[in-house]
Write a protein that binds this ligand. Structure first.
Ligand code: PEP
Ligand code: MN
Length: 286
């Protein structure tokens, strides 16, 4: 047998892109968002509404998730909606609200950028920029994110393979920004009982192939509120560095993704369960 082939343990059927390759940093990269490390021993919880809808909605939800242990606040101001008639987000007004609650509480915020033209604006208000599933292969956006100084939360495309996901991250690193956190958020399969199929295989696979931190979104991964706790726990057991989930102070009246949003009470219960799972796998909740 060819010796050089035997010497190299075969990790995948594809070459791992060079900058994201775990070989560059076998310990794993730690990305710090205002002192909150993602990729260290602690598991980080990012929570908040799908979309910023009003001051009351954002502030009440934010205060609840902070008091129960979330470290980063999420909330979309620019929303990628399937229908052009659905609520599209509050835009800059939403960004200002995110910034206001962040200054008041000290909690950093992550919010989505859908377009290269939004990066400068969103960067004035947010601590981390999210590139959503629908934009994972928006190459101009990935390149601009590479020129940004802000950490990037890159969500897996709903039709993307692990290789394509890594290549998307490689775009950002190769344009100069090494602060990238990967997010598994479910993929499209033949299954229709859930919104997406949360691919937890991707967690150990990505952790093996890349030094970048990996978090999981069980909200979009299932589309069903009652399934979120089970999949959040499973994600931590599988080795995820964090969870991002949707929480709304009144899920029934949410303008976006209410059916998959936890109430603050459900979130509080889940947080105490997640601590136990984290401890069982040698981690802790940050
Ligand atoms: C979101 O996080 O609100 C979102 C739109 O997620 P995704 O891009 O994964 O669908
Ligand atoms: Mn959502």
């Amino acid at each position: 047998m060819n010796k050089s082939v035997c010497d190299v343990p075969m990790r995948t059927s594809f070459p791992v892109p060079e900058r994201v390759d775990r070989k560059n940093n076998p310990e794993g990269s730690v990305i710090s968002i205002k002192g909150n490390d993602i990729g260290g021993k602690g598991v980080i919880i990012i929570a908040g509404p799908c979309a910023v809808e009003s001051k009351e909605q954002l502030f009440e939800t934010a205060r609840k998730v902070i008091s129960d242990g979330a470290r980063i606040l999420r909330g979309g101001a620019f929303k990628p909606r399937s229908s052009p008639y659905s609520f599209q987000g509050m835009g800059e007004e939403g960004l200002k609200l995110l910034n206001e609650i962040s200054s008041e509480t000290g909690m950093p915020v992550v919010t989505e950028v859908m377009d290269t033209r939004q990066i400068e604006l969103v960067s004035q208000y947010a601590d981390m920029l999210q590139i959503g599933s629908r934009n994972m292969q928006n190459y101009p956006l990935l390149k601009e994110a590479g020129h940004s100084k802000k950490p990037i939360l890159l969500k897996r495309g709903m039709m993307a393979t692990v290789e394509e996901f890594l290549l998307a991250a490689e775009y950002i690193l190769s344009h100069g920004n090494e602060q990238v956190v990967l997010c598994e958020r479910g993929i499209r399969t033949f299954e229709t009982s859930t919104r997406n199929t949360l691919d937890l295989n991707a967690v150990p696979m990505l952790k093996n192939l890349t030094h970048l931190p990996v978090i999981v979104d069980p909200s979009h991964g299932t589309g069903l509120r009652w399934m979120v706790p089970a999949m959040a726990k499973a994600a931590i057991a599988a080795g995820a560095d964090g969870i991002i989930m949707e929480v709304h102070y009144s899920p029934e009246t949410a303008l976006c993704d209410g059916q998959q949003s936890l109430s603050p009470d459900e979130f509080a219960i889940l947080m105490s369960d997640l601590k136990k799972i984290a401890l069982a796998v040698g981690r802790d909740i940050l």
